[in-house]
Write a protein that binds this ligand. Sequence first.
Ligand code: ZN
Length: 343
Amino acid sequence: VTGPAADGDGRAQAERAGIHCIPIPTPFLVGRVNCYLIDDEPLTLVDTGPNSGKALDELEQGLARLGHRIEDLELIILTHQHADHLGLFSILQRRSGAQVAGLHPLEGYLGSFSASANADDEFAEALMRRHGVPDDLVTALRAVGMAFRSFGCSGKIDRPLRDGDLLQFRDRELRVLHRPGHSPSDTLLYDERTGLMLGGDHLLGHISSNPLISRPLDGGAVGTDTPDRPRALLQYMDSMRQTREMPVALVLPGHGDPVHGHAALIDERFRMHERRARKIRKLLAGGPLTAYEVAHTMWGNVAVTQAFLTLSEVLGHMDLLVQEGCIAESAEEDAVRFSPVGP
Ligand SMILES: [Zn+2]
């Protein structure tokens, strides 16, 4: 789907449209995050990188290479709630006076980031315990969560966005599209005239985007068992179906190279999820298992070091299998278990 030649083309195509990629280092496994400077009026930065001195330094250098300073920024748009994408927004807002735009539920979420992160961590811990992750591992992971929290920040959203909004610039218009799944706040910016899409982590070329199970931003019912557990993978697949139908020319993603052929890539992702679901269905043939037991069988030690991520993956595919009627979920006193249905 992507190749060295196509990648060069993608960057050149974006630059002709005045959109410049500034890759910023992060402390996370995913590596660098792509921020995009839209050289237009208002001068706009899409995503900021994490809240670290190293990220700020590289962002300043990246802007300088493009002939700009942080103080020149007039608008900052956030693609979603994850710290690697937005951690610097409050510092940049203070230094530049730029307006900060983000999906409307982020107003509350980022108004008090540490309270939101606490609630997220509590939900993640309850979910892990309920699905068989050992207590000592859950406790150990809490420290990791706390350490990474400093890469985010609290701050004010000046311009709350809604699905379908149209953002006006001197040289373009960008349509705001809410496409949850990787996170509840995933927001795409789409130029209907050129087919260019700023995609955040909705669609990545080199890795599949993780449908992380997250607390709903609207504060709606949330639980760790059916029926309240958020269905991140099912929601993500719905979002991908919507994107697939659009005449997108090029996706500028939050990590990695530009993506041509979004429909082929989405088809590939659907096949991957289908294969993974079949594999999990086979593992369940031997009897009821918790999601953690399945994750451990599939990924070994990675299910320990990346317990929440792998649990989200397994539960997402469990939701798919339950929907297809191939497995059943039973909430037992000590844990939730999944068992095969039919042949
Ligand atoms: Zn993300």
